[in-house]
Ligand binder design. Structure first.
Ligand code: ZN
Length: 307
């Protein structure tokens, strides 16, 4: 029996599934996590907790849904309409309720009785932070630093295990006067590289390559690159392809501050920045770097990561 040659991404995915590191769901880019995959992702998350403890960030965890109003306020739909996921719910009458199960069982289109709810799926872990911080009134003079972690959703089905539709981001978000936020953003380039190097991942800094939608999106992407507002630390998860972003470091300037009305102690529009580690991509990079068998990993990496 002849078999089509697999791409590097597909071959890696097959090996991850064969070792039960990832569990396929039947939809591209949506997986269950096996025990060892999860152990590695959570161990890296715990490492970030230890590394950032001296920064004394405010801890908060939000659920993976966001009020629709907050997404509408953020401008996300102007840049990434194709990646957003919206929550719909049943809004039909009794007749519609009667026909729905039959349509569903026959895999017919049953969306006619559905309508938008006031929720969307969370596109990035830091989005709930801005309206929350804005609602507290003016910032303290040194601003705020917030620590979040959440599953995020992006609608981009792919056979590449490094491009999931549902994945976790561990983020810190800095909100305050422009110069403080800019300095914090700058400091995380070296810090991020050091953290990754400490677990054997030699990453490099690259300008972000966000998948903005359409022609105006391409202009946005060009200006983002010019101003070096969004940087990525990339690692070759697929040795034969482009390196993959495993951490992003973003300086939003006054974008979220003006969208959500966040004011500094002096009454200026606050600037914001965030860094985010992609936990699934980092786990994949670690399995790529050190092998699929956790028992075989170098002792110094195991003890650094797993304690
Ligand atoms: Zn963010």
């Amino acid at each position: 029996m002849s078999k089509r040659e697999l791409s590097g991404e597909e071959e890696f995915l097959e090996r991850l599934v064969a070792r039960r590191l990832l569990v396929p769901s039947g939809v591209a880019g949506v997986y269950g996590r096996g025990r060892y995959f999860e152990e590695v992702a959570l161990a890296f998350d715990a490492l970030i907790t230890r590394e950032t403890a001296p920064d004394d960030a405010e801890f908060v965890r939000f659920p993976p849904v966001l009020p629709r109003h907050d997404l509408e306020t953020s401008g996300y739909l102007a840049s990434f309409p194709h990646l957003a996921g919206s929550v719909f719910g049943f809004a039909g009458d009794e007749a519609a309720a009667g026909t729905l199960p039959g349509q569903a069982a026959a895999a017919e289109d049953w969306s006619g009785s559905q309508t938008m709810t006031d929720l969307v799926l969370l596109p990035a872990a830091c989005y709930p932070v801005y309206p929350w911080v804005a609602s507290a009134g003016r910032l303290p003079s040194d601003g705020r630093l917030v620590d979040v972690l959440c599953y995020c959703f992006r609608h981009e089905p792919s056979g590449d295990p490094a491009r999931m539709q549902a994945f976790r981001q561990r983020e810190n978000v800095r909100i305050g006067p422009a110069e403080d936020v800019e300095a914090w953003h700058e400091s995380w380039i070296a810090r991020g590289l050091d953290v990754l190097a400490s677990v054997g991942l030699t990453a490099t800094v690259a300008d972000a390559n966000d998948a903005f939608f359409g022609r105006s999106g391409r202009m946005l992407a060009a200006s983002q690159r010019e101003q070096r507002l969004k940087l990525e630390l990339v690692y070759p998860i697929h040795p034969d392809g482009n390196p993959t972003a495993i951490m992003s470091i973003n300086y939003h300037q006054d974008h979220f501050g003006s969208d959500f009305g966040i004011s500094t102690a002096d009454g200026d529009v606050a600037h914001t920045a965030c860094f985010g580690f992609g936990l699934e991509r980092i786990a994949l990079a670690l399995f790529r770097a050190h092998g699929l068998d956790l028992e075989e990993w170098p002792d110094e990496i195991r003890s650094r990561l797993l304690g």
